[in-house]
Design a binder for this molecule. Structure first.
Ligand code: ZN
Length: 111
């Protein structure tokens, strides 16, 4: 069984339950391997570690029935806090907005 080191997808059970998810080992090419390390912020890897197709763009794959990664494909940078921090910023904005907008609306209604 493979498990994606980036998003935690597993070969038997994916969070979205899609059969199309495939798993890639690190590149054999030392130069590309280093580039992948940089994306993940790591300095070494193991043979069993896999990165799933969710972490690549569609354009990283050669066109055709079988999905082959281009040899120069780089996985997407993983930001575990991306969604959460966006959400927090949004809810803060709404709160501030309400405080400012409400009195103005009341003024308008009174006129
Ligand atoms: Zn993944």
């Amino acid at each position: 069984m493979h498990k994606c080191i980036v998003c935690g997808n597993k070969s038997k059970y994916t969070k979205v339950n899609r059969p199309g998810v495939i798993y890639h080992g690190f590149p054999k090419n030392a130069y590309m391997k280093k580039k992948w390390f940089k994306v993940f912020g790591i300095d070494r890897c193991h043979d069993w570690q896999r990165i799933c197709s969710d972490d690549f763009l569609e354009e990283n794959y050669k066109p055709g029935k079988k999905r082959f990664l281009f040899s120069n494909a780089i996985p997407l940078p993983y930001n575990p806090n991306g969604f959460l921090s966006n959400y927090a910023t949004q809810s803060n904005d709404v709160e501030t907005g309400n405080n400012v907008i409400l009195p103005m609306e009341q003024n308008i209604i009174q006129i």
